[in-house]
Design a protein around this ligand. Sequence first.
Ligand SMILES: [Zn+2]
Length: 82
Amino acid sequence: MKIQEIANSYCCPKCHGKKPILNEHGIPRSGKVPLPILNKFLFVSCGLCGYTEIYNLKIAEQLGVEEERLITEEARSKQTSS
Ligand SMILES: [Zn+2]
């Protein structure tokens, strides 16, 4: 799933709001927070009630790559079979 798709399909589980606030780089890299791992997570907050979901960007982005790879292989197999 791509980040944009996460935003598009967003529906707050608490209030069913559909106005997500994405905070991909909420932690400044040069800031005082000694947790660079936080840069690898996507924070999606509900714009209505503030409920926040956290996505592991590494997994979310890999899934997007996997989908594209499968589509490419499918197209390739169609070409060779004809
Ligand atoms: Zn909400």
